[in-house]
Design a binder for this molecule. Structure first.
Ligand code: BGC
Length: 758
């Protein structure tokens, strides 16, 4: 269908007040609300999956999958035609999983035929770029971005993502995910900014600012802070399992990033799948009303997660029917329902029965309409199909994706073999499931055109055209590797000068049930899956130098490689330019600088393995095996060495609201220019309630030329010293505090000085 989208209001003879962009938004909202029927109001709280998504699910899923697979929205008996008709009747306020500009514009066109012409708000999981929809820039996922410790980069990526989204008529990203990841078994670690509340907060806030701008231009999108809360420490590591966390732990560890994002002006929140302390988050009025709106003064709207209001009834069994679940959720503070057929009818009925007041519905609708007005959707409901690719995948955005990949890749081990000497290694064997696969893009990515993805093999061949890279394909599927292919690689290894094994997890969404990491893909162990260990060990047994590159969204317990291989790179999910950036690092064109945003445990039995644990956690260490992580938070190597010196505090004593200025000299003592992430940790030596052995409170990413020294300065403010008193109110307690500054969270990487709060 060829549509002309010049004027959305061409047919309306007289302009209603709410359609007049010169009128203040508040008045436009009230005017529109007055015109709306109850059905239309509830429709604004109603979100659906796109028509193509429904068609595809109908084509590809079996009867049994339709019953059990809540991951694919499909509503038996409801067709795309029904959904299109409801859109035309103004009964659907938002869509998600619309993946093309064409479909977005077509749906918007249907909405423009409705009585009040309220535009659709399109939501999408643009987690690392708008990667869920093809033909957009794919940046590293959040865990890699956090490993850069580059908050300006987080802002820039969010800004660029917003522009790419708007260029395809998308207005709302379901990101940032600011859950504090404390369990490596959980498949969603890659979507998060890691295990430290301070780092997560800093990255999350920049993402919110980048996405939203002032929420008033055609390059701004609504951010959605998720998932509120506790799902990142599930009792058994599986997604959506119960979380049982004290209010103290919530306020110390899990709440701070959410509060920081609310303070930064985030205008939507998504609730978490899980129950928290016995109550499904989706009906928790303490979370939605008391904390979020009451304490934090959040003015935006709350959306449910996928089927999770229904799950209050059909999973948690905490409501006698779906209708009751809707009622409980709305009364607790829910504003929008992420897709499902019963919402519209049931919620209208609940109001008619007097169980929910219409004014309660108005509260939600007001917030949703306000966002639509602020984003200018009434004036610009469509995106320009002709010019969309001028914004998406632009040279500037591509350059940022490459920069981000370079900054996100962590060098875990190097016994001097890296950077590689191309004159020495003429014949190189490349193998492993991730050597030449789009999986390098990471979770929440669509399949892309091959020319837009730099796999490791492609990156290597482009970087070193004179090297003979011999490739043995191990397929993409770690669960079903071929013994013959492993044998073939092993045979070739002894004839190579160097072997590069690209291993890890598989995260691509289009193979939802076959992958090994990502959403709903949790593990009971953290080892390499399938024949990957055998492949690595037998190739290394060739006697030829063998290096390992990991592509993964979660930490992996690579104990054998850590002990026996001369070099290991953890590239996380580095995005479209991942392979190029890896090759640049391998050959020394780029000096690695990333530091782990999450600890790597030696085994899943060590979970919870976090650097900021309480003092008693290892009072009795594990028997037989070690208690320390394989690689700790904040750790990452460079081709340079950095010397820390001269840690100074401005004072040894301060009052409870005093400040301490901290300075440290950092020198690049290596031969290569580089970036270093300088980390500042605090230890509260005595406290009424126990405090972690270390807490990251500041960091700085600095560039140092070879031989250069810079003095890095931090200010320790009272909020960085505060703990929670018995009423869970922040307080700075008198006593000694240790300031630790250095290159990682490991003790021997840190300089220390003490001061006293009097
Ligand atoms: C995930 C959310 C996501 C939503 C929509 C859910 O399964 O938990 O993070 O935003 O789907 O795709």
């Amino acid at each position: 269908m060829a549509l002309s989208f010049t004027s959305s209001f061409a047919n309306s003879a007289k302009k209603e007040l709410y359609k007049d962009s010169s009128v203040p938004i508040k008045d436009r909202v009230e005017d529109l609300l007055k015109c709306m029927t109850l059905e239309e109001k509830v429709g604004q709280m109603n979100q659906y999956v796109g028509l193509e998504h429904i068609r595809t699910a109908g084509r590809t899923l079996t009867e049994a999958q339709l019953k059990n697979n809540t991951a694919q929205a499909f509503y038996p008996g409801i067709t795309d035609k029904d959904v299109a008709a409801w859109t035309e009747q103004g009964l659907i306020g938002s869509f998600l999983h619309v993946l093309t500009i064409k479909e977005a514009n077509e749906l918007q066109h249907l909405a423009m035929k409705s009585r009040l012409q309220i535009p659709i708000l399109f939501g999408i999981d643009a987690i690392h770029g708008n990667a869920n929809a093809p033909d957009n820039t794919v940046y590293p996922t959040n865990i890699g971005l956090a490993s850069s410790f580059d908050t300006a980069l987080a802002y820039k990526i969010a800004r660029q993502t917003a522009a790419e989204m708007r260029a395809m008529n998308m207005h709302w990203t379901f990101n940032p995910n600011v859950e504090v990841a404390r369990d490596a078994r959980w498949g969603r670690c890659g979507e998060t900014y890691g295990e430290d509340p301070y780092l997560v907060s800093q990255m999350g806030v920049q993402a919110v600012r980048g996405y939203q701008g002032n929420l008033d231009s055609e390059n701004d999108v609504l951010a959605c802070v998720k998932h509120f809360v506790g799902g990142s420490e599930p009792i058994n590591g599986t997604n959506g399992a119960p979380a049982d966390l004290s209010e103290r732990t919530l306020r110390e560890v899990f709440f701070p990033p959410f509060k920081a994002c609310a303070d930064a002006g985030a205008m939507s929140f998504m609730m978490a799948h899980n129950e928290l302390n016995g109550m499904p988050c989706h009906e928790d009025s303490w979370l939605m009303s008391d904390i979020l709106r009451g304490e934090w003064k959040f003015k935006g709207f709350v959306v449910s997660d996928w089927m999770d209001i229904e799950h209050i009834y059909d999973l948690h069994a905490a409501a006698p029917s779906i209708k009751d679940a809707f009622c409980q959720s709305i009364l607790a503070g829910m504003d929008m329902h992420m897709h499902g057929v019963k919402w519209q009818e049931d919620v209208v009925a609940l109001v008619k029965e007097g169980r929910i007041s219409e004014s309660r519905i108005d509260e939600s609708v007001r917030k949703i309409l306000t966002i639509k007005f602020r984003l200018g959707l009434f004036e610009h409901p469509y995106a320009d199909e002709k010019n969309t690719m001028k914004v998406r995948l632009s040279p500037e955005h591509r350059a940022t994706a490459l920069q981000a990949a370079r900054e996100a890749i962590v060098l875990l081990k190097n016994e001097g073999i890296l950077p590689l000497d191309s004159t020495k290694y003429k014949k190189v064997l490349v193998t492993g499931i991730n050597a030449d696969d789009q999986n390098i893009l990471g979770d929440w990515s669509a399949v892309e055109k091959p020319e837009n993805v730099w796999t490791v093999l492609r990156g290597l061949r482009e970087a070193q055209p004179n090297t003979n890279f011999d490739f043995v394909d191990q397929g993409w599927d770690p669960r079903n590797m071929s013994q013959a292919k492993v044998d073939e690689a092993v045979n070739k290894a002894k004839d190579a000068d160097l072997n590069i094994v690209v291993a890890g997890e598989y995260m691509m969404r289009f193979r939802w049930t076959e992958r090994t990491s990502g959403e709903d893909t949790d593990r009971s162990d953290l080892d390499l899956v399938g024949l990957q260990n055998e492949l690595i060990q037998r190739i290394a047994a060739s006697g030829k130098p063998t290096i390992l590159i990991l592509i993964s969204g979660r930490p992996l317990s690579i104990n054998w490689p850590a002990k026996h291989l001369p070099a290991i790179i953890n590239a996380w999910e580095p995005g479209m330019y991942g392979g190029r950036a890896i090759a640049e690092i391998l050959y020394g064109k780029v000096n690695p600088s990333a530091k782990l945003a999450i600890s790597i445990p030696r085994t899943s039995g060590q979970v919870q393995q976090i650097y900021n644990h309480k003092p008693s956690q290892y009072f009795h260490p594990y028997a037989v095996t070690e208690s320390t992580p394989l690689y700790p938070f904040g750790y990452g190597l460079s081709y340079s060495t950095y010397k820390y010196d001269n840690l100074k505090l401005s004072t040894q004593k301060i009052s409870q609201n005093g400040l301490v200025e901290v300075s440290v000299d950092v020198t690049n003592t290596g031969k290569m220019d580089g970036d270093e992430v300088v980390q500042l940790y605090i230890r509260d030596c005595f406290s009424t309630y126990t405090r972690p052995v270390k807490e990251l409170k500041d960091f700085a990413r600095i560039s140092l030329k070879a031989g250069e020294t810079k003095t890095v300065r931090f200010t320790v403010t009272p909020d960085k010293l505060s703990t929670l008193d018995k009423n869970l109110k922040p307080i700075v307690e008198p006593g000694d505090f240790v300031v630790m500054v250095g290159a990682s969270s490991q003790d021997n990487d840190l300089l220390k000085q003490t001061f006293t709060v009097e």
